[in-house]
Ligand binder design. Sequence first.
Ligand SMILES: [Zn+2]
Length: 178
Amino acid sequence: MASKSVLNDSKQVERAVALIQLGARLQVLESETDLSYERLLRLYKEVAGRSPSKGQLPFSTEWFLTWQPNIHASLFQNTYEYLTKVSAMEDIDAVMAAYRLYTEQIAACGVEPLLSITRAWRLVKFIDNNMLSMTKCSKCGGHFVSEAYENTRHFECGLCTPPARAGKGSAIGGILLH
Ligand SMILES: [Zn+2]
């Protein structure tokens, strides 16, 4: 039993370190590991080389529905849902794996990532809690983050119907339409 808990402990530490390296807020670590606050704080300082930022997490669903963030969030969520379907990964590990893939794809497009790991983690929770959902675009057929009870018949995504102010040349646009 002692060895089992040592193994579990090292797994928890490994997960916490990976989350810190991805830039997660302390609240995410508290929620996703069994490690004490004091221990997480020490780990955070050691790995990040600074104290964790204070203050509230972003709690609003609104951000995910604004034009460009929505495209980034949708890219992440599609990847996350794919990973949880095809693998037996635990949810938080799938969040991290999907987030890494998201940042790689974004970098390949020469675009700055808008979605932080903390927001990605929140997004999964919002969708789990039916505060947001994924809706199929009636034009391109891609799946996008939307209001929880979006009208699927008329839903058009931000790539098919960008806001007037968007102008042309959204480099990231192509990603979801591949
Ligand atoms: Zn579309």
